[in-house]
Every structure is written in C-alpha cells, then in structure tokens.
Write a protein that binds this ligand. Structure first.
Ligand SMILES: Nc1ncnc2c1ncn2[C@@H]1O[C@H](COP(=O)(O)OP(=O)(O)OP(=O)(O)O)[C@@H](O)[C@H]1O
Ligand SMILES: [Mg+2]
Length: 257
C-alpha cells in the first residue's frame, strides 16, 4: 500500500468518531458518521465542496459540538469536556487551517514563538530559540527565520504554517486542504512535508483534500464523504473502483480530462 517508513498501529485508535450527526438548521451535514484514525496513519478525507469535511475536523478539535454521537480523541470524549480539559486536549492536536494565516507584522521567528510562549510559559529564552530553530529546520526553512511572511512564497508560507502547528509537538495533525492554491511542484513539496512530518514526529493525521495526487501520495487510507456519510473507504484504488456518478468525476477530472 505505502512504501513510507512508518509504523501504523491498527490496534490503537487515536480518534473515534462514533455515530455523529451535525445539522445547521435544516441542513443535515453529517448523518450518523463513523470514522476511526489509527495511531501513526495518514487518513485522507475526500468529498465535494460543502459536504462537511471542515465541519468534521472542527468537531474533532472541539470547535463545534455534535448534535448526537460521541467524538473520542486520545481517550477523551471531546463533547463531554469542560473548557479547561478541552484546551489541554487541543494542545495535542495541530490544526492546519484551510486559510492558515501567519501574523504579517511578525517575523517567521516571532510567528513560531507565539504558540510556544502562549502555551508553555515556563520555557527559557534558549529553549524557545532551540525549539523554533529545530522545527524550522524540520520544514526546511531555517534560512527564513528573520524574514517577514510577505517576503515568502505561498508554499513557504504553508510550510511555516505547518511548522507553527508542529512546534507544540502534537500527537494528531489535522490538515484542511494543504495544497489548495499551490502550483503542482509546490504541491509535491507540501505532500512530501506531510509524509516527513508523519515519519519524523510520529503523528497521526487527517488530511482533507480535493487533490487526488496529494491523496495518493500521502494517504495510507482514504474515506469519501458522500451525502453525509463515509460510504467509500479503503486504498486509493479501492475508493475509485466504482461507476458511482458521485465518485467517478473526481478521478476523471484529476487524471483524464
Ligand atoms: N458554523 C456554521 N453555521 C452554519 N452552517 C455551517 C457552519 N459551518 C459549516 N456550515 C455549512 O455546512 C456545510 C459543510 O461545510 P464545510 O465547511 O464542512 O464544507 P467542506 O466539505 O469543508 O467544503 P470545502 O471543500 O468547500 O471546504 C456547508 O453547507 C456550510 O455552509
Ligand atoms: Mg472545507
């Protein structure tokens, strides 16, 4: 399936979305959804625009609450936690937002220091510097440490955004459309980074994408959200071995047209 150098523990489920439903008024976005993320894996979530992919990862990180069902993350039921417990759990979840913005008035170094200083108040100056430099090195951009975000390319900004998430050493990474708006070469670069992060930081990740090349390159397993449910699950080839008119256009558009 994958030739990456990673160990996936299929006996250890780090996220379990259990029979979850979520509506906004009359709009039933998720209908009794079940999903598991195993320790060490990259799980790709596919689905048309507006099917509820971002809602799903907002539910997982406790930014939204389900109408019914439970969301278990690292052994805790997210929808039963109080604010303080939720905040502590969120420190273990790295959330790379769909439009992850850096603070434009801060240098790369200051952007990376920000989550550290805010969440780990007991670090010394030297420890902060070491952490920032190490994580920047990890994403291959140590040379940009004193630059402003406006001086970076879109791909570099994306990498810095991921570095800013990694700096808290999360167990889980949630990537929302990590390659959106990037050129094909930069996409390959970001996909490589997602795999590097999986190997180097031993993270378990959910990657939301419309980009099937990205899905193929990073995903150990894939699920497709169709009409509020994960009707198709498996490897890339398994997902697309169908004539389902809701599924085929994804493949045709990416690889044939
Ligand atoms: N806080 C909210 N209040 C009301 N409706 C919402 C809210 N969040 C999401 N929705 C609706 O839920 C549906 C799913 O939204 P979501 O952002 O999860 O889509 P998506 O699958 O991530 O789409 P895209 O691929 O375009 O990012 C949309 O119709 C959206 O308008
Ligand atoms: Mg979205």
């Amino acid at each position: 399936m994958s030739n990456k150098n990673v160990y996936i523990d299929y006996d250890d489920c780090v996220i379990h979305v259990n029979d979850v439903s979520k509506s906004f008024g009359n709009l039933h976005v998720l209908r009794n959804v079940d999903l598991k993320l195993y320790n060490g894996e990259n799980l790709v979530v596919l689905g048309r625009s507006g099917t509820g992919k971002s809602v799903l990862i907002k539910l997982i990180s406790g930014l939204l609450m389900p109408d019914s069902g439970d969301i278990n993350v690292l052994g805790q039921v997210v929808n039963h936690l109080d604010e303080k417990a939720l905040r502590l759990l969120r420190l273990k979840i790295g959330f790379s937002f769909q439009n992850s913005a850096l603070y434009d008035s801060m240098t790369v170094r200051e952007n990376l220091e920000f989550p550290l200083v805010r969440n780990k108040r007991n670090l010394t100056r030297m420890e902060i510097d070491r952490e920032v430099e190490e994580v920047l090195e990890g994403v291959g951009l140590l040379q940009t440490i004193n630059q402003m975000p406006s001086e970076l390319s879109g791909g570099q900004r994306k990498r810095i955004g991921i570095a800013r998430t990694l700096i808290l050493r999360p167990d889980i990474m949630l990537y929302d459309e990590p390659t959106a708006g990037l050129d094909p070469i930069t996409c390959l670069d970001i996909n490589g980074l997602i795999n590097d992060v999986q190997e180097r930081y031993k993270t378990s990740s959910i990657i939301i994408t419309h980009d099937l090349a990205c899905a193929k390159m990073v995903g150990d397993r894939m699920v497709m959200l169709l009409d509020g449910k994960f009707e198709r699950q498996g490897t890339f080839d398994e997902i697309f071995a169908t004539d389902d008119v809701r599924v085929k256009p994804f493949y045709d558009y990416n690889f044939i047209v």
